[in-house]
Write a protein that binds this ligand. Structure first.
Ligand code: PHB
Length: 386
């Protein structure tokens, strides 16, 4: 009865794989995000997005159930090393997901680089993470701070603007966003006449707004996000500057914030790797599912969290759930396209998204798509030797 042998063998294989899946230990995922402070809503949106993708996969990655460990990092770099070590040493997580704040993410990247834990950054744009600190086990599903800034530099130079003042928080994200902007803007013939800043997460903007009014630039470029972005845009309009000196920015200034900003944000142009009206089947399905699950509209942070889960799934599938196969995990992620709601993108050798940066304009409660500011923009990954 030779025909029976392959059937028995096939049944045995099925039995053993299902047994394997059942016996495989839970995948321990450490979420290190801000759940309090100016970036709290960003952390929540990232977690929502991540969990939405997981639920679409039957709440399993490569057959493994998931257990979450959460830390509120408060967007505080001084606590970041202790916080990440809680997840790595105390909870023994297999994967780190975090964070929003560039300073916190750099501390996470240092720990991940030193001990080899898989890290997926779902927001923080710190150029160093996919620059000098790049590593086979560190990935980012968001952007580098340079990317939206550089794209907006090109847009504003092409508009014929010549003299611009920049204003931001004084830390890696603000500094690097402005640096990227300057690179694009100066290449196109513009000049930055003044760089204003205040410490993160301060929101006493009045003295700086007075300085902008006195300088009379053609326009202002800004990086703020979360609660600080809401207040800045409202204060800018209340100071009477909105009509006289147009305000542009990296798209975080108006993403996830429009309900709170209202009329003050109307008409603003920004650059980002997402917009509210892409109108693709992929994005429409994502937006519907997100709204159904969380009773609110998604924003760029929700997309980045969703894509962090997608990248984890791509890598895990390639290594059949075995995270010790780091080179194979990385090779799969570098090879495969990520089918993101923002539009499909690839992950560079330095592990940063190569993606379209959109020009958007605020119309009512939406960041409406105007066009593509920069097609398939890759971060220069300066200093990455991996
Ligand atoms: C960052 O710190 O890198 C950061 C924070 C919030 C954003 C974007 C970048 O919206």
């Amino acid at each position: 009865m030779t025909f029976r042998t392959p059937m028995i063998a096939a049944a045995a294989v099925m039995f053993s794989t299902s047994l394997l899946a059942q016996n495989a230990p839970k995948l321990k995922i450490g979420l290190m995000l801000p759940y309090t402070g100016t970036y709290a809503s960003l952390g929540n949106a990232i977690e929502n997005g991540f969990k939405l993708y997981l639920s679409e996969q039957g709440n399993k990655f490569s057959g493994r159930e998931v257990e979450f460990f959460k830390v509120d990092d408060e967007s505080d770099p001084s606590k970041a090393t202790d916080n990440v070590n809680k997840l790595v040493k105390r909870d023994n997580v297999d994967v780190l997901i975090g964070s929003v704040h560039s300073g916190v993410a750099m501390a996470m990247a240092k720990v991940a680089k030193d001990n080899g834990t898989l890290l997926i950054v779902p927001n923080a744009g710190a150029d160093a993470v996919t620059g000098p600190m790049c590593a086979p086990n560190i990935f980012r599903t968001s952007f580098s701070n340079w990317q939206p800034g550089y794209a907006m530099g090109n847009v504003m130079a092409a508009k014929g603007l010549k003299k611009v003042v920049t204003i931001t928080w004084k830390y890696a994200a603000g500094d690097e966003s402005v640096r990227g902007f300057k690179e694009g803007f100066e290449k196109g013939g513009g000049s930055v006449v003044k760089e204003l800043s205040l410490p993160f997460p301060n929101v006493e903007f009045q003295a700086l707004l007075t300085e902008i009014a006195a300088t009379k630039p053609d326009a202002v470029y800004t990086f703020f996000a979360g609660g600080g972005a809401v207040k800045f845009v409202k204060d800018y309009a209340a100071a009477g500057l909105k009509k006289a000196i147009p305000l542009y920015g990296a798209g975080f200034i108006t993403d996830g914030t429009l309900d709170a900003q209202g009329e003050a944000a109307e008409g603003m142009y920004t650059t980002l790797h997402y917009a509210d009206s892409l109108g693709t089947a992929r994005d429409n399905a994502f937006r519907l599912a997100y709204a159904k699950s969380f009773k609110m509209q998604p924003d760029v942070y929700a997309v980045q969290g969703y894509d962090a889960a997608q990248v984890l799934a791509i890598g895990l599938k390639a290594v059949k759930g075995d995270l010790s196969k780091k080179a194979e995990f990385a090779a799969a992620v570098e090879k495969e396209k990520v089918d993101s709601p923002r539009g499909a993108f690839t992950i560079s050798k330095a592990h940063n998204p190569v993606q379209d940066i959109y020009l958007r304009q605020v119309v009512g409660k939406e960041n409406k798509l105007v066009g593509i500011a920069s097609k398939a923009l890759a971060d220069p990954a300066r200093g990455c030797k991996s």
